[in-house]
Design a protein around this ligand. Structure first.
Ligand code: GLN
Length: 451
């Protein structure tokens, strides 16, 4: 049924870079066979999933929506991929994204522009915009994403889905093509809170192949999603997120949700996190710095594209020609920003300073969580914007992640859950719920109460 749905609407939505119809049917048949043989299968066995093209898959191409990886089929599966398969999930294909996960609209894909199923002239969010569009368009009930600065929560918010960024280290980065290694976090998309929790549980947990993986049990997210009770819970509204620059309809839905939580017995207070005002600027030093180092591996020798290898160019020239042709403008911008911030003489002023701000953000969270159980804010300042509106204005694009970035900087858990439609445009609004490190279950508990 989902493959048929993809056939019907994919021409309009453009969510996928690769549809694996044949292998999906074979995987589904394999689940049937295992079930018939009496094997105990998990709750998601046989359920289709759309997989972000940033995770390696040994039977499908993995491009990160970049020309530099065109045609590359990895020799191994990411841990997330491996666990999806082990749980019996059926991988429908690989979803479109901003190139190397850099962006908030999926317009930075080198291959295609994905549309928001709510309004095809608008963006589906990013960087995991193919995943959000696929689930919102009913092409898949579930999808994977990665969140480095908001790339699961922001696309979930603007397409009316649930999207979760687990605690950093709670889900494995092994086989996830690296953007900013200290921030990258795999997580789930779904149309409701329980489905998201089931997918979260299916692929998360300790992985010895990821050096920053946390060796602790997965928080009880499924039980929390079923519970959905907030009586007595202390909820902090982040003072710094709201007001100027926020769409009135977004703030209206947010304020109503605060009232809803109070009516359900939560104790709501305002909490100030002053360092959050500097999260965006410090993120745009740290993330590009790490990216400039990570992307050095695309050297025209090891993977994908190779340009100018005709006997007339030196190896260095081939490398330069390949990178010039293979990386898009946003990726080049990040590499230049990152190498600049890391260069000797500027390191202390930029990268070093940004790391100090990162510590202050983590301290703000610690102080806040000494007072409250969770923090809340709008997920994004605005609803989905029109395709093209911010394409030539990187600063406007970066602002989409204003509220989501602090949780990447500190590594704590955060979710986006739908909280209604904006008055101005009838488009979905997301509520962000942030919880301490390894308290991912609290995100699901509050989200289930709001849903
Ligand atoms: N939009 C942010 C960026 O462009 C975050 C992207 C992400 O989380 N992968 O860096």
């Amino acid at each position: 049924a989902h493959l048929e749905r993809i056939e019907q609407v994919e021409g309009k939505v453009n969510a996928f870079l690769h549809v694996a119809a044949e292998s999906a049917l074979a995987q589904a048949a394999e689940v049937d066979r295992r079930r018939a043989a009496g094997e105990e299968l998990g709750p998601l066995a046989g359920v289709p999933v759309a997989h972000k093209d940033v995770f390696t898959t040994k039977d499908m191409p993995t491009t990160c929506a970049s020309k530099i990886l065109e045609g590359w089929v990895p020799p191994y599966d990411a841990t997330v991929t491996e666990r999806l398969r082990a749980a019996g999930l059926v991988i429908l294909g690989k979803t479109n994204m901003d190139e190397f996960a850099m962006g908030s609209s999926t317009e930075n894909s080198a291959y295609k522009t994905t549309s928001n199923p709510w309004d095809l002239t608008r963006i589906p969010g990013g960087s995991s915009g193919g995943s959000s569009a696929a689930v919102a368009a009913y092409q898949a009930p579930l999808a994977t994403g990665t969140d480095t600065g908001g790339s699961i929560r922001q696309p979930a918010a603007v397409t009316g889905l649930v999207g979760m960024k687990p605690t950093y280290g709670g889900s494995s980065r092994y086989g996830l093509v690296a953007f900013a290694s200290s921030l990258d976090t795999p997580g789930p998309f779904a149309r409701n809170v329980l489905d998201a929790a089931l997918l979260h549980e299916a692929f998360s947990g300790y992985d010895p192949r990821d050096s920053t993986s946390i060796n602790e049990p997965v928080p009880a997210v499924v039980a929390a999603a079923k519970q959905g009770d907030v009586a007595g819970l202390r909820v902090g509204v982040v003072k710094e997120f709201g007001g100027e620059g926020y769409q009135p309809g977004v703030l209206n839905r947010f304020n109503e949700t605060v009232e809803l939580l109070e009516s359900l017995g939560a104790k709501v207070v305002e909490v100030s996190c002053p360092a959050f005002d500097y999260a965006l600027s410090s993120y745009y030093l740290i993330a590009p710095s790490e990216a400039s180092s990570n992307l050095a591996r695309f050297d025209a020798m090891r993977y994908g594209l190779r340009v100018g290898d005709d006997g007339t160019h030196s190896a260095e020239e081939v490398m330069a020609l390949t990178r010039a042709a293979g990386f898009g403008p946003e990726v080049k911008r990040r590499i230049i920003l990152g190498t600049y911030a890391l260069s000797s003489g500027y390191y202390d002023a930029y990268y070093g300073k940004a790391q100090q701000v990162r510590t202050l953000i983590a301290r703000d969270f610690d102080a806040a969580f000494a007072q409250v159980d969770v923090l809340i804010s709008p997920t994004t300042p605005t609803t989905a914007f029109p395709i093209g509106e911010r394409a030539d204005d990187p600063m406007a694009m970066y602002l989409a992640d204003l509220c989501t970035i602090p949780s990447n900087m500190a590594g704590n858990a955060a979710i986006s859950v739908p909280c209604g439609l904006a008055d101005e445009d009838g488009l979905p609004v997301g509520l962000q719920i942030m919880a301490p490190t390894l308290a991912d279950d609290r995100c699901y508990r509050v989200a289930a109460a709001v849903e």
